[in-house]
Design a binder for this molecule. Structure first.
Ligand code: KIV
Ligand code: ZN
Length: 384
């Protein structure tokens, strides 16, 4: 089966940077944008130019400095926003506008105090107006996750007619279940007559921990662009994590969906984003957490040492990690202790090993995690 390319739209610098305490200065944003280009993302959402002079300046500087990747700016479906985004993106080699409006009845009624008809007209007018500056126009139907299916399909059809080339179907509130979200994309693929003139993009939030699962369901049902952030940083519980969804596609080649992401560059950028944005990465975070490639229980360590694939589904070398780590704690077994002692040059008889293991457990109960120095200490004690 032919492989399908999935475009990666990174919004670390927009949805990610909205998070309180994560704000970056222009120099930092340009540095991250250059790293994102090196990583292989296809589109960088650089900011929301009308939101502040600082954000305008960052979008403008990123546009001047990043050469090949598409640079995108966010706007509401409002003339002033679109004009401002066009100015900020003026010098980009390849530029995209991301404009849109609420599509759910909740947003239409309680956010805009409006009607479906008026919102549809505003959406179409905004896209038509954007063509004054842009060929590449992405339209977001905000809160599409909770929108009425037929109205959403109508909106998608009309904005494509007006000139939108990418249609973003955001699960803004992170409410949708994977099956439901997949079905929504499937419905649009099959009920919007001009859908072949645009690509569908998926933008999922993690309020129920389903952002990655929903994104996967979206691309399995025909979406061709994923909207992601490094480390899953983003509004409230965050967005789909770039490292998760791209490694899922790498670990499951039978899906025949692939991206341009160079997985060897993920870890360095993940650490940089975490440091600059002041957002520590939890140790058990998939792919980039400190424990993602460390084995700690005796049963797992024994199985891992017999055959790596007993307990690992991703090869750490895909991320540039030399090897997985075997943590020595009071939950470790004899196999792990023997393995580490051998690496340190100690060869013990079966009997010696039994005594060493008993003493090891006492030390591990006291010190929690044992390092090589602790093992030297243990072995020296025995020789005293
Ligand atoms: O979550 C959302 O709906 C958004 C839009 C602005 C695309 O971030
Ligand atoms: Zn969002």
């Amino acid at each position: 089966m032919q492989e399908k390319k999935i475009y990666v739209f990174d919004t670390t610098l927009r949805d990610g940077e909205q998070v309180p305490g994560c704000q970056l200065n222009t120099k930092e944003k340009v540095e991250i944008a250059e790293d994102l280009e090196n990583l292989g993302v296809d589109v960088i959402e650089a900011g929301f130019p009308v939101s502040s002079p600082g954000d305008f300046n960052s979008v403008s500087e990123i546009s001047k400095n990043v050469k090949d990747t598409i640079i995108c700016g966010l706007s509401r479906a409002i003339v002033m926003d679109i004009d401002t985004a066009a100015m900020a993106l003026k010098e980009a080699n390849r530029k995209r506008l991301h404009t849109g409006i609420g599509a759910s009845d909740t947003h239409i009624k309680y956010k805009f105090n409006s009607t479906r008809e008026k919102i549809l007209n505003q959406a179409v007018s905004a896209v038509k107006y954007s063509r004054k500056y842009f060929d590449d126009i992405e339209f977001y139907a905000e809160d599409a996750g909770r929108a009425d299916q037929d109205f959403l399909a109508k909106m998608v059809e009309e904005v494509i007619k007006a000139g939108a080339t990418v249609i973003n179907i955001p699960d803004t509130t992170g409410y949708t279940l994977p099956e439901e979200y997949g079905a929504k994309i499937h419905f649009l693929m099959n009920h919007v007559p001009n859908i072949d003139k645009a690509i569908i993009s998926v933008h999922c939030h993690n309020d129920l921990g389903l952002a990655t699962a929903n994104t996967l369901a979206g691309i399995q049902n025909g979406a061709r662009q994923i909207e992601v952030t490094m480390n899953g940083i983003g509004e409230r519980a965050g967005n789909t994590a770039l490292e998760e969804i791209t490694m899922i596609l790498k670990a499951h080649p039978n899906l025949n969906l692939n991206t341009n992401i160079d997985s060897l560059k993920i870890l360095a950028l993940s650490k940089k984003v975490s440091k600059l944005m002041n957002m520590p990465i939890q140790r058990n975070k998939a792919i980039v957490g400190g424990n993602a490639f460390s084995h700690s229980s005796g049963i797992h360590q024994d199985g891992f040492l017999k055959h790596r694939e007993n307990y690992e589904i991703i090869n750490p070398s895909d991320l540039g990690i030399d090897k997985s780590s075997i943590d020595l704690t009071a939950r470790s077994g004899r196999a792990a202790l023997k393995h580490r002692l051998n690496l340190l040059g100690f060869e013990l008889t079966k009997f010696e090993m039994e005594t060493a293991y008993t003493e090891f457990l006492e030390l591990a109960d006291e010190r929690k995690l044992l390092h090589d120095e602790d093992l030297y200490e243990l072995m020296n004690r025995k020789n005293e």
